[in-house]
Ligand binder design. Structure first.
Ligand code: SF4
Length: 490
């Protein structure tokens, strides 16, 4: 049995992927601020499904709604939106990497400071937050959550600078790692991107109301105009009278996360001036240039593998077919009285489209391979549908290193490519051949000659191990992961 996995266990074809941590949204000066924020978060739901929250401000009065679960489950009723009155709002969808999935970790986080309140939302991960948090607690800070994001609020509160923007800048200049932040005070909407711009943030406008969002798809859903990307290392301050920018880190070359193009961002978003869909299709074309194989049909692993599979098909000239059909109405799981029925359950979410597979040499195209557990089952499902050969192609390089910048990656030992070479991985997933897009290939797909090792154009350390910032919390072998003192039992 390939890879020691029970292929008859029900499986989620998208289980073995990296998970992006969070999406942020903010708007200032609009009547429907909370409704527009709920829509923006809905468009960003792919960046986090564990929890969602919105904070509004109306004449110095802040109002908050935070819930575990999806945006649509909690922010689609008129009463909730009416309760969140005010012409300014910030919102957050969460997928936790630091801090448990408990209500007190749900963002936006809020603090009452002298001079007024501030709400903060964070996408990314601070690689020195645990070190700073320990120091803050030693100095008497009372932390309300176990989330790394709260450290920013604590530092803003302790800053001895004058104005709120100065205090905010004072705080973020002490942070390391990856972050896109959106904050709201009674009069300002503030955004910030880390000095390398690892996580995305864009500026939009809706009838004069400035908007900050993780991705352009959140602007599209509300009919807002895309203005520009918030630059790496920029602190942008929006008020009802205009927009001001600060660059407290000086100018540096950007190194955005390349995985936003591979998997995290929605295909209809434009990131760094590039259509994510076009980039993924080009990755598929480059993959075919690098590792084409005699075949009869190109089949995407839905949904994230679709653009790359189209590119592979266009480049190789081999027809593209939907050989795996996704059942969009999975919903309630069926009672499975016997193992036999359970085995049937395997096809609950995805099933092989036998007519496109049987007797054929199939090329399966997916965006990335992490643990390999799901790939084993996909290959098995395609073989059971009668495929003559199964060739697996990944539109990204092998993932060999864990992420510490806001992506939920398994520990290194669980990464298939960190354990095995290409041939062992091929045997593990049970494919006839296996190939990954090369690191240089992914840079070519982005329009470069290749990777500039002296000044890499992107953050790509899950493939290269080249971590772009210090990892302070990892350097100190202290038991940072001590369990939270307070556990919510009610
Ligand atoms: S390891 Fe780097 S390139 Fe990979 S997902 Fe994380 S930030 Fe992006």
């Amino acid at each position: 049995m390939a890879g020691g996995t029970d292929v008859h266990e029900p499986f989620d074809i998208n289980a073995d992927t990296l998970r992006e941590e969070c999406g942020v949204f903010g708007i200032l000066g609009h009547e429907d601020a909370s409704a527009l924020t709920a829509l923006g978060l809905h468009a960003l739901q792919h960046r986090g499904q564990e929890a969602a929250g919105i904070v509004t401000v109306d004449n110095e009065q802040f109002r908050a709604e935070r819930h575990l679960g999806l945006v649509g489950d909690h922010f689609s009723d008129a009463e909730t939106i009416e309760r969140l009155s005010g012409k300014a709002a910030v919102g957050h969808v969460r997928y936790s990497t630091t801090g448990e999935t408990i209500l007190r970790n749900v963002q936006p986080l809020f603090a009452e400071l002298d001079g007024g309140g501030i709400a903060v939302c964070h996408n990314g991960n601070f690689t020195n937050a645990l070190t700073l948090r320990r120091q803050l607690i030693r100095d008497g800070a009372i932390c309300q959550s176990t989330s790394d994001s709260e450290v920013v609020l604590q530092l803003v509160a302790r800053s001895r600078k004058g104005k709120i923007v100065e205090r905010f800048i004072d705080a973020i200049t002490q942070m390391e790692g990856a972050y896109s932040l959106v904050a709201l005070t009674s009069k300002k909407l503030i955004g910030a991107r880390d000095p390398l711009g690892i996580r995305p943030l864009v500026l939009g406008d809706l009838n004069g109301a400035p908007i900050l969002a993780s991705e352009t798809c959140a602007l599209d859903i509300i009919g807002a105009k895309f203005i520009r990307e918030v630059e790496n290392g920029e602190v942008i301050v929006c008020t009802t009278t205009g927009i001001e920018s600060f660059f407290p880190f000086g100018k540096r070359p950007a190194r955005p996360c390349i995985f936003e193009y591979i998997y995290f961002s929605r295909p209809d978003s434009v990131v760094g001036g590039r259509s994510v869909y076009d980039v993924r299709r080009e990755m598929g074309r480059q993959l075919a240039r690098e590792s084409n194989v005699e075949a009869d049909v190109i089949v995407p692993v839905p949904d994230s593998g679709v653009p790359a599979a189209i590119g592979f098909s266009q480049e190789s000239g081999v027809p593209f077919e939907l050989g795996i059909i996704r059942n969009h109405y999975v919903g309630r799981t069926f009672i499975e009285p016997t193992q036999q029925i359970r085995a049937l359950g395997v096809k609950m979410k995805h099933s092989a489209n036998r007519a496109q597979i049987e007797g054929k040499r199939v090329v399966l195209v997916d965006d990335s391979l992490v643990r390999g557990t799901t790939s084993v089952k996909i290959v098995q499902m395609i073989r059971e549908a009668g495929a003559k050969e199964v060739h697996f192609r990944l539109a990204s390089p092998p993932i060999k290193y864990s992420d510490y910048y806001g992506i939920d990656t398994p520990v290194r030992e669980k990464l298939l490519a960190a354990k095995y070479g290409l041939e062992e991985m091929r045997a593990y997933i049970g494919a006839d051949t296996l190939a990954f897009l090369s690191v240089d290939g992914i840079y070519k797909a982005m329009g470069y000659e290749g990777r500039d090792d002296a000044n890499p154009q992107f953050t790509d350390h899950c493939f290269t191990g080249d971590y772009p910032t210090p990892l302070t919390d990892l350097s100190e072998d202290q038991d940072f992961v001590s369990p939270p003192r307070l556990v919510e039992v009610g």
